[in-house]
Ligand binder design. Structure first.
Ligand SMILES: NC(=O)c1ccc[n+]([C@@H]2O[C@H](COP(=O)([O-])OP(=O)(O)OC[C@H]3O[C@@H](n4cnc5c(N)ncnc54)[C@H](OP(=O)(O)O)[C@@H]3O)[C@@H](O)[C@H]2O)c1
Length: 223
């Protein structure tokens, strides 16, 4: 059986969608929140949606401490630094932080089709600069819409690109996310590539608005 995955901000759209998908795949999930009660309520909701899943809820720091190898950061970009700082004491050297955050302009009142400049280069590199020494960041899932994840009866039917500096860490994330029905995970290179990958979200949001849909990514030519 897989070790538990903690999802910080697992009460929200993307985090909850990922929680139910992982739960469906048999991965135990600890939903994290700033409020333990809200986390427990989300865990109950997830268990109703996926009756065979193993879900619990805890405050973000406790969820991080109880995580096996993977801690998912699934909060708005505007609160990602504060969230990482709030769990820093619970992060261990064997942890990999899967960062799904995207620095979209609405964080400062801009359009969802526009990106913010991040001093470190990308949201994922900012997170890497904030985690304790030894903890590694892998970014991914930027282009997967939460509603597609939440619809657990349907195949996700798309690709997702992940970025990270260590092959072994990316292998852990690939093994984890490949358990989601219909999701293909592709290694897109080092963490500094996340700047390009994160910006694909703004592109897809524009397509969603134009075509009134939930678009996803499919890379051809890679077996
Ligand atoms: N939504 C998508 O389809 C999607 C797809 C790909 C990537 N993403 C990325 O995933 C991340 C989460 O997106 P989302 O749509 O799931 O966000 P969300 O639903 O707005 O928020 C997720 C959770 O973050 C916590 N949160 C909200 N505001 C906060 C604040 N000011 N300070 C600290 N925590 C706060 C909340 O948890 P508590 O109140 O329980 O603490 C909330 O439930 C974003 O960076 C987004 O760019 C989203």
């Amino acid at each position: 059986m897989s070790t538990p995955v903690a999802i910080l901000g697992g009460t929200g759209q993307l985090g909850f969608g990922l929680a139910v998908r992982l739960g469906k795949a048999g991965v135990p999930v600890i939903i994290g929140s700033r409020d333990a009660g809200r986390a427990q309520e989300a865990a109950e909701r997830a268990a109703t949606k996926v009756p065979g899943g193993t879900f619990s809820g805890a405050a973000n720091a406790e969820a991080t401490a109880a995580a096996g190898q993977v801690v998912v950061l699934a909060v708005p970009f505007s609160s990602s630094a504060a969230t990482i700082k709030s769990v820093a004491e619970s992060l261990r050297e064997d942890h990999i932080v899967l960062d799904v955050t995207v620095p979209l302009a609405p964080a400062i009142g801009g359009k969802p089709t526009q990106m913010l400049g991040v001093w470190q280069g990308s949201a994922a590199q900012q997170t890497q600069s904030l985690v304790p020494k030894g903890v590694r960041v892998v970014s991914g899932l930027h282009t997967v819409d939460y509603s597609t994840l939440e619809d657990v009866a349907a195949s996700v039917d798309q690709d997702t690109l992940i970025c990270g500096d260590r092959k072994a860490d990316k292998a852990v994330i690939i093994d984890l996310l490949n358990q989601i029905d219909g999701l293909r995970v592709i290694d897109a290179g080092r963490l500094d590539q996340s700047r390009t990958v994160e910006s694909l979200t703004a592109l897809l949001i524009g397509l969603n608005i134009r075509f009134k849909t939930h678009s996803g990514l499919r890379i051809t030519g890679i077996e």
